[in-house]
Design a protein around this ligand. Sequence first.
Ligand code: NAG
Length: 125
Amino acid sequence: MFFFSVPIVHIEAVAGDPVYLPCDISTDEPGDQVLLVLWYREDLGTPIYSVDGRERDFSLAERWSDENVFANRAYFMPEKKPAELGIDHIRETDQSVYRCRVDFKIAQTRNSKVNLTVIGKVTMY
Ligand SMILES: *[C@@H]1O[C@H](CO)[C@@H](O)[C@H](O)[C@H]1NC(C)=O
């Protein structure tokens, strides 16, 4: 079993704002394509969001979001460079380290992490 060093980016957001978690899904291999994108939260063993293009073109890939985590607040944007998982109305309880795993038809599986810090909303009087 090997442990590869996984790149990590740090993102800060204010509770209530939208956040965008980057996940590079690009590939340089000719004829390559993305098959599957999985997002994990470090404290949970199972994926919390997936984009499954194994049965169809990736642009029509089936999306799924864990009801107990982001539910309908999350939406994947594959057209962004890098691709991003957008999350609306981020909550302080969303603060965690997230990992994105991308499976390609040809290229090696790629993992990247986002360390998300959520700051409480500051009210000005
Ligand atoms: C994530 O960020 C927090 C707060 O900035 C820091 O304490 C923690 O060590 C970071 N975790 C990782 C895995 O980088």
